[in-house]
Ligand binder design. Structure first.
Ligand code: SAH
Ligand code: SF4
Ligand code: F3S
Length: 459
């Protein structure tokens, strides 16, 4: 199957959008859209594109579902907890639909593409108008138009095998949530099949945008005055749009003016010396590396199909720290993966004490339908997973405080987010007594460190 959506198809969607907009204008109808986004930055980026298309159709963005004629729910399937929350929030829209039968509700994102979810919605959520899988976002104008014309419910879920589906739609306008921070997807999908993870099943095969397209988008953002640009992909190091990811990053860092460039996420098996060298060479590439380790035990890492060892992970960290002294290092850990013994868990604790991450995102293992780990018989009881989670969080808390303390007394370049908040290059929040407007750089001297933030004074 062709990866790039045909340009004529994109034009067709835009012309449907155009006619919807004229129609609303002729009726004197003011249309409003509300979007609720769950999950990762990839979803944030997708929402901005769907809002961009909704804007072409004539919808104005609003901040409450009550005020909307169109509700976009962009969902995440990564853990069961996220799904439960999504279903319960979506349940609240039933009332809105009763009050306003012409309201359109679209259920989009990773859950929409998950096995069994469309059927569940068909059965139990009659007020949802369409289920829109991750591959159909670019068809939003058509989907809205069809709902308006027929009021029939529709399901746009890809039924190809997950290793075969997945497209790239270029030239979709984004309605960005921020005027100074921007997400730029460089690739979509994932082929890694970590045994706990649902992403490859709901986002399809790994595919990369063309080098020229990414560079043009980043260049355009810098020109418009964006100050904090994040290149996104599930595993940016396997980028294959014409050059290596390191080369892409280097090019994106080479526009003039002061701005910050970030990227997420790197898979430890592919995080290359070439990438770390580029980071070290360009001061506007943030000295922050998010390198999810998941576990400190080689046995568990092998069971997770991560394809690196504790030792090779530690070597990469050592190289990174040698090249970029003081680099902010963050990571993800899953506790209670099936078969994880107390000894394995101890290995994870010892790894985090050894590495001393600046910050750690800790997750309780959640069995995901269709993944191989979910089918294992040796699941860890919830109470035990929770106990490990708490012990891990406590251990890291102390390390995070100590890591944050190393900034006290130093002067750091921060990017203002307005209202007394700013961020360091490493992404750490700094509370200030006053800030310049959001999107302006400033220097601050750090006066105190807390677990979740630093305190500082503007110079
Ligand atoms: N592509 C990224 C991760 C995307 S998911 C990467 O490879 O690093 C973000 C994090 O969610 C993962 O790093 C993992 O720690 C966590 N996660 C994924 N599946 C999970 C599951 N089934 N249960 C608990 N945590 C999970
Ligand atoms: Fe999931 Fe692994 Fe792919 Fe990350 S690399 S999205 S954890 S399968
Ligand atoms: Fe969730 Fe999909 Fe991201 S499952 S974490 S929104 S890729």
């Amino acid at each position: 199957m062709e990866i790039f959506v045909n340009a004529t198809e994109i034009e067709r969607q835009k012309s449907i959008a155009e006619s919807l907009r004229s129609r609303f204008a002729a009726e004197g109808a003011e249309k409003r859209v509300f979007a609720r986004t769950y999950g990762c930055q990839q979803n944030e980026a997708d929402t901005e594109k769907m809002l961009g298309l909704a804007a072409l159709c004539g919808y104005k963005k609003v901040e409450t579902p009550e005020a909307a004629d169109l509700i976009i729910v962009n969902t995440c399937a990564i853990r069961e907890h996220a799904e439960k929350r999504t279903f319960s929030c979506t349940g609240a829209y039933k009332k809105l639909k009763e009050q306003n039968p012409s309201l359109i509700i679209l259920f989009c994102g990773c859950m929409a593409q998950e096995r069994g979810v469309a059927e569940k919605i068909k059965r139990s959520y009659p007020y949802i108008d369409a289920v829109v899988g991750t591959d159909s976002n670019h068809r939003l104008p058509q989907i809205i138009n069809d709902v308006l014309c027929t009021r029939k419910r529709s399901y746009h879920v890809n039924d190809l095998p997950h290793a075969e589906f997945g497209v790239i739609a270029e030239d979709i306008p984004s309605l960005r949530a921020s005027g100074y921070k921007a997400w730029v997807s460089v690739m979509y999908g994932c082929n890694n099949y970590c045994t706990y993870c649902i992403v490859p099943y709901v986002r399809g095969r790994e595919r990369s945008r063309r080098y020229e397209d990414v560079v043009a988008e980043v260049g355009g953002l810098v020109e418009k005055g964006y100050k904090d640009i994040t290149l996104l992909g599930q595993n940016v190091n396997s980028y294959s749009g014409g050059v290596s990811f390191a080369k892409l990053l280097e090019k994106c860092a080479s526009f003039g003016g002061e701005y910050r460039l970030r990227f997420m996420t790197s898979h430890p098996k592919d995080a290359s010396a070439e990438l770390m060298d580029v980071m070290a060479a360009y001061p506007n590439i943030c000295s922050h590396f998010h390198l999810p380790v998941q576990s400190g035990s080689d046995r568990v890492l092998a069971d997770m199909n991560r394809r690196y060892t504790r030792e090779s992970y530690l070597q990469k960290v050592a190289y990174l720290r040698e090249k970029i002294p003081g680099v902010t290092l963050t990571s993800d850990i899953i506790c209670g993966f099936p078969g994880e013994t107390e000894a394995d868990f101890e290995q994870t604790l010892s790894l985090i004490r050894q590495v001393r991450f600046d910050m750690l995102y800790t997750f309780i293992y959640s069995p995901r339908p269709g993944t191989s780990a979910a089918m294992r018989a040796d699941q860890i009881p919830y109470e035990e997973k929770l106990r490990r989670f708490e012990q891990l969080s406590q251990t890291q808390l102390q390390i995070t405080i100590e890591q944050n303390e190393r900034h006290v007394g130093k002067t750091l370049r921060v990017l203002s987010e307005g209202e007394g908040a700013a961020r360091t290059e490493g992404g750490t929040l700094v509370s200030l007594d006053s800030t310049p407007p959001a999107g302006i750089f400033a220097d601050a001297v750090i006066t105190a460190a807390h677990p979740a933030n630093l305190e500082g004074k503007l110079i």
